[in-house]
Design a protein around this ligand. Structure first.
Ligand code: RB5
Length: 149
């Protein structure tokens, strides 16, 4: 699996933690920035990673800003993206089982290192359950195609 990673200044430190975690597990990734804690706009970094995912160059993404909220709004404007902010392990599991999340959103100012590592682990390992959940995602996809042509 190939992961596109991006963060703003408020997510920079947690992005480095996530990179270490992915390295430890031999998960391939590309870091689309930002590269320091200097103030910047989450939109610019998230857009680079999301463009690459939409082009099919990456299977999934992990985006981080202070609250996760800005990155979440951004990500769900991209075709085919199902971005899910996860502040706990329950959401990390359910967003995979039910929503087939392909972009994990983390909050650099709210989520501690150990919890973030656990969230990434669960989000990487848990499979989509399909069935009635696929029916719901198909309906979402139709709405997306109707509204974002
Ligand atoms: C930056 O101060 C902060 O607004 C940003 O990281 C994010 O939380 C936006 O939603």
């Amino acid at each position: 699996m190939k992961i596109a990673l991006a963060a703003d200044h408020a997510g920079y430190k947690l992005k480095e933690v996530v990179k270490d975690f992915l390295k430890e597990r031999d998960v391939q990734y590309q870091d689309f920035g930002t590269y320091s804690e200097e103030s910047t706009d989450f939109v610019d970094w998230g857009e680079k990673a999301l463009d690459a995912i939409v082009k099919g160059e990456f299977d999934r993404g992990i985006l981080i800003c202070g609250t996760g909220l800005g990155m979440n709004i951004l990500a769900n404007k991209f075709s085919g993206i199902r971005a899910t902010p996860c502040y706990d392990l329950y959401a990390a599991r359910l967003c995979r089982e039910h929503n087939n999340s392909n972009v994990l959103i983390l909050a650099g100012r709210m989520t501690g290192i150990d919890l973030a590592r656990e969230i990434v682990k669960v989000w990487l390992e848990v499979e989509f359950q399909g069935g009635r959940h696929k029916r719901r995602l198909d309906k979402l996809r139709k709405i997306e195609q109707k509204n974002f042509k």
